[in-house]
Ligand binder design. Structure first.
Ligand code: GLN
Length: 535
């Protein structure tokens, strides 16, 4: 296929309807037909990126291989499609404006008045087409998800850009609009009025949706869909429903049953061909529904009951559980509440525990108590990033006997700076960029738990942290039984630690959860869950 096709996914009526899942599902179906697909998200907020956003407001910060701090929807894109996204796949209004303002300061606009139209909209369009023009990746489809809902003040420049692109690109651009059909219990009726209004709003901005996806908790009759089609100027076959399903991974199949992919291809003038069978995908879903026995994992983190804060970790654990024919049972344990007096009550009954990543000192004591408890009681333990740092600090305190062992992040003056900022990193800090971000190489030592999992020596994993294991303590740790089994070959920084004597006690400075996908569960999570089941 020579030309790149563009699919825009917008939303109306309410937020959180699952635009990211619909985008991913459409991407999945097109990819299964042999097309090369990428998905991009525009977030209408003014932050340059979500790196500094509070997880309470915005869930986890996802990290791409090229070191961009991105919206968590990129995690869905990668998990559904097994693709790698990059900085160009996650864009905010802040970044659009910054780039326009930088150009203005450089004099690129030659004295012109800089305005939302055309300068901001041109910058948005440039960012959409940038992926289509990527010489190294010839994409057949670029799917662009617009955050927020139609009618928001913030999303207007995006809508205007879509209007222009649909005009410019003709049949090579298409708009999928996702709305909500509520059920009024008192009247026992499904209501389409909000959808009609939302489409009117979109039309008033000059955009005619080509496909409507109606999210609903109930089955929508053919009549209801016909009515929506009529009121909204959308072909009947292009009005589909998205009912609540037990797992988001069923959504591609639900879309396929309603021929969404075929409708897209037909509307874009592409050959239709056979329906892809999606065999590995269906196998995953079958294993999921057949898994009845549980594996219980405690998630020890700063935020309990906050699903989105540890989204990728939860997904990675769940994938690994399914491939081990188990149903994942998560217990969120807020680390602030863990003390030596109650740790057994909170953790003794689980099969394994994950000590979560994080920033700041809140809840650190509890994480250290948890690490000590699972080490002394030989419960499979996976420390990720800050979690790995906690495994090391706890080991230094209670095995090496350094009572004041700490990370410089929490105690600048600690005499035993087990975790510290390394010299090279300090230099970067002074230039403003403070974190080690993105994928880095790691060499895994043979005959270790980590090697057993990966089955290879050279790996690449994504990072997002400032502080590092202090190599001055490496020998002491190794002699006392905590081994540094994964090391960055260039910087010699420690990336993986483990205690070989225990069933499974592993910490990684990197975030393996960012690269676990539905069809390729991450080897470390697989091996951790296996150990938890055996426990
Ligand atoms: N706060 C720690 C650091 O900056 C760990 C970061 C993380 O867990 N992502 O090094």
């Amino acid at each position: 296929m020579a030309e790149t096709r563009y699919i825009f996914v917008t939303g109306g009526v309410a937020s959180s309807l699952g635009k990211g899942i619909i985008s991913s599902s459409i991407g999945k179906l097109l990819q299964a037909r042999g097309y090369k697909v990428t998905i991009q998200k525009f977030d209408p907020y003014i932050n340059i990126d979500p790196g500094t956003l509070n997880p309470y407001e915005h869930g986890e910060c996802y990290v791409t291989v090229d070191g961009h701090e991105a919206d968590l929807d990129l995690g869905h894109y990668e998990r559904f499609l097994s693709i790698e996204t990059r900085k160009a796949n996650s864009i905010t209004t802040g970044r659009i404006y910054k780039s326009v303002i930088d150009k203005e300061r450089r004099g690129d606009y030659l004295g012109k008045t800089v305005q939302v139209i055309p300068h901001i909209t041109d910058e948005i369009k440039r960012n959409i087409k940038y992926l289509g023009n990527d010489k190294n990746n010839k994409y057949d489809f670029v799917i662009t998800e617009i955050g927020g809902t139609v009618g928001d003040i913030e999303s207007l420049p995006y809508m205007e850009s879509i209007r222009q692109l649909k005009w410019e690109l003709g049949p090579n651009a298409l708009c999928v609009h996702l709305t909500y059909v509520p059920f009024l219990a008192a009247a026992k009726e499904l209501k389409t009025k909000p959808t009609q209004h939302s489409v009117k709003e979109l039309q008033s901005l000059g955009i005619q949706p080509d496909i409507l996806v109606l999210r609903s908790e109930h089955n929508l009759s053919a009549n209801l869909r016909k009515k929506v089609a009529l009121f909204c100027n959308v072909e009947e076959a292009a009005v589909v429903q998205s009912m609540d399903v037990p797992t988001i991974y069923e959504v591609p199949l639900m879309m396929q049953e309603q021929n969404v992919d075929k409708t897209i291809l037909r509307k874009m003038g592409l050959p239709i061909g056979e329906d892809p069978e999606l065999i590995p995908w269906r196998n995953f879903l079958t294993r999921r529904s057949n898994a009845t026995k549980e594996v219980r994992i405690a998630l020890v983190g700063k935020y309990a009951e906050l699903q989105d804060a540890y989204k990728s970790i939860l997904e990675s654990l769940s994938q690994a559980a399914i491939y081990n024919d188990r149903k994942l049972k998560i217990e969120s344990v807020q680390s602030e509440g863990i003390t030596t007096a109650n740790v057994a009550e909170k953790l003794s009954h689980v099969d394994g525990i994950v000590i979560c990543p994080g920033f700041g000192s809140r809840g650190i004591e509890g994480k250290l108590v948890a690490a000590q408890y699972t080490r002394e009681n030989n419960i499979p333990t996976f420390g990720i990033c800050l979690g790995m740092q906690c495994l090391a600090i706890e080991f230094a305190k209670n095995v090496l006997g350094y009572a004041n062992a700490n990370s410089v992040e929490f105690d600048e003056k600690t005499p035993h700076n087990i975790i510290d900022i390394m010299e090279e990193q300090k230099a970067i800090t002074n230039m403003g960029g403070t974190m080690r971000l993105g994928a880095f190489e790691c060499v895994v030592k043979k005959n270790t738990k980590a090697y057993e999992a990966y089955q290879k020596e050279h790996i690449q994993e994504r990072h997002r942290h400032r502080y590092e294991f202090n190599n001055a303590y490496r020998d002491e740790f190794e002699k006392a039984g905590m081994k540094c089994v994964g090391v960055n070959p260039e910087s010699d920084l420690v990336e993986i630690v483990e205690i070989p004597e225990l069933k499974w006690y592993v910490g990684t400075q990197f975030h393996p959860e960012y690269s676990s996908t539905v069809l390729h569960p991450h080897p470390l999570f697989m091996s951790f869950i296996k150990a938890a089941i055996e426990n």
